[in-house]
Design a binder for this molecule. Sequence first.
Ligand code: HBI
Ligand code: FE
Length: 295
Amino acid sequence: MVEPLRRSNDCSALSARERYIDAPTAADFTIDQAWGSYTSEEHARWDRLFRRMETILPNRACESFLSALDELDLSRNGVPHMGRLSELLSKRTGWRVVPVAGLVPDTVFFDHLASRRFPAGAFMRSEAEFDYLEEPDIFHDIFGHAPLLANPVFADFMQAYGEGGKAALERGQLPNLARLYWYTVEFGLIRESGAVKIFGAGILSSPKESVFALESSSPNRLGFDLERIMRTTYKIDAFQQTYFVIDSFEALLDACYGDFAPRYERVRSARDLSPSDVLASDHVIHHGDQSCVNE
Ligand code: HBI
Ligand code: FE
């Protein structure tokens, strides 16, 4: 998710995205969610997206995610109101969700995270994009990302990522750090009472990938390894060929504690790995047969 915001080529009179693109933007790129301007079709589309995931995620999503859906009132009908959601979230972990028109510049993104604000796309995907869209819309950002921000340890990890992001930008190491975000916050798996569960928002907002990530023989499932992940490239438009499994949110936060400078040095001098590589040093949970590689 590093591409610049593009105008949509949707030809309908004024797409949901365009309503926001032309809205006044503050210096921190936040906008007015203008909750009253979601159409009844958009509210109904949220409900259908929600119900589709609700049939798939019990027993697949991690416990923190599932319990937060109710605690944050996300299982209510209709597009969530970010201000109201922020009230519930801030009582638990001090996090808020703030509306933006789409992708924001990296520095702005990291400043928000470091201040415990998650910038969430305010627009609802179109019907044509029901199954897949590249830009993060409100369903991906709120349904996928907001629930885990109620987990105190994950909440600290996200803030630390924001702080680390600013440092990585200065050192020209953002591509390496972005891989950490990709393979955890977006596509991470977690071990929970003996089973492997989902915590990555990119998986949790996709019904097909939620099944694929856990049950397909195709992808590798490897134990989390920070520097190994920072060397691993990724594709944004296909199911992942490798998922990394953390032991707990505490273990993730611990592994990312401390100075990244020596890690960047080692990663810089090592070669990049492709999304399907398996190394002798990997902790292999499942060695994928890569039978479902889609280009
Ligand atoms: N902006 N709204 C939004 N959402 C993101 O996930 C996002 C972004 N800007 C930059 C960005 N992600 C990535 O470049 C970083 O994770 C590296
Ligand atoms: Fe995301």
